[in-house]
Design a protein. Structure first.
Length: 332
């Protein structure tokens, strides 16, 4: 007798209910509210076309990494090493460029290195049955150390290539594209990942594992394989974000993206994903990433120091987690 897996009802696998739409509108309303707030406080510098394009470019890096983090969190995991992976990628790309490797291959090399780092995490979690938090806490430190070791604890400067133009708004004959290439890359990858989550067996398996791993296993879901691929895909997307980060800073920097893992996780949680697993949407993640960028940009316009932004980020994560826990208790 063949068992049939009953997949969880989620915004990515079923038609959204009125509660799902209310949650989506709530996230969008939050984004609009923070935009209005900073626009009213800094009307001359915040609500400008130039600043809007800058925020879109800044959002692209966080958003792309958050796409992979969405898969991880929906599957019931977490990845604290994503920012360290981004730093490793900038160092690998810069090193390859200095070895006279063509820019496209250098970018692929950086992304490939990130995929390998994700494979390591996936194997440690799935095969050794280690807790994702502990594993990625360890790789957070190890990968940051690897980034420093690649460059001897120094930044790696390179000659300018077309990779440096990925985070620059188009000019001249390319002005018709309106947005920087990094923004278009983020849009395309968002559509691709959303399609995978909604329409593929793998996407349904990710939700199933996050909702109830034991039930998913009994129903024939290859849980270990799903976890491995989730972390590989997440790290690969972090690799793409790393290439864009390299483009933005124009060098390999072992200290870059420090603390960005909090913004990435916050973007996913703000967007409605549950840290308990089994729930999350790409739409919500993108809104969450935009909120984090607007908050950072607005605080900068107000002249607030980084420590204020860090407090706000931490408070947002705690608040979003508390709301998620409250919703689960009501559901129970």
């Amino acid at each position: 007798m063949t068992q049939t897996l009953s997949y969880p009802i989620t915004p990515e696998t079923e038609r959204p209910s009125w509660k799902d739409w209310l949650q989506k509108l709530g996230a969008l309303a939050g984004l609009v509210a923070v935009i209005i707030l900073f626009a009213s406080l800094r009307p001359r510098t915040f609500p400008t076309i130039g600043n809007l394009k800058l925020m879109l470019i800044q959002t692209a890096v966080v958003a792309i990494a958050a796409l992979g983090m969405t898969l991880v969190i929906v599957s019931g995991g977490i990845d604290l090493s994503v920012a360290s992976t981004i730093a490793v990628v900038t160092m690998v790309v810069a090193t390859l460029l200095n070895w006279k490797v063509p820019p496209f291959l250098a970018a692929l090399g950086g992304i490939g290195a990130a995929s390998l780092l994700g494979l390591i995490i996936g194997l440690l979690i799935s095969q050794l049955k280690l807790v994702p938090f502990i594993v990625t806490l360890g790789t957070w430190s190890a990968y940051r150390g690897l980034a420093k070791g690649i460059g001897g604890e120094q930044v790696i400067n390179t000659d300018s290539t077309w990779l440096n133009d990925l985070t620059i708004n188009p000019t001249g004959a390319m002005r018709w594209t309106l947005l920087a290439p990094s923004v278009w890359i983020a849009i395309v990858l968002s559509l691709l990942v959303a399609g995978v989550m909604r329409y593929t067996k793998f996407g349904r398996h990710v939700f199933a594992v996050g909702s109830n791993e034991q039930t998913a296993r009994l129903c024939g879901v290859p849980v270990e394989r799903v976890k491995i691929f989730v972390y590989i895909i997440s790290a690969t997307l972090a690799g793409v974000a790393g290439v864009l980060q390299f483009s933005y800073i124009s060098q390999g920097d072992p200290t870059t993206a420090a603390g960005m893992e909090l913004n990435i996780i916050a973007a996913v949680v703000i967007g409605g994903a549950s840290l308990s697993g089994g729930q999350g949407t790409i739409y919500g993640t993108l809104i969450g990433a935009a909120i984090m960028t607007v908050l950072g940009n607005g605080c900068t316009k107000l002249g607030l120091q980084n420590w204020v932004q860090e407090i706000m980020t931490g408070a947002i994560i705690v608040l979003a987690s508390a709301l998620d826990r409250f919703q689960h208790r009501r559901a129970d």
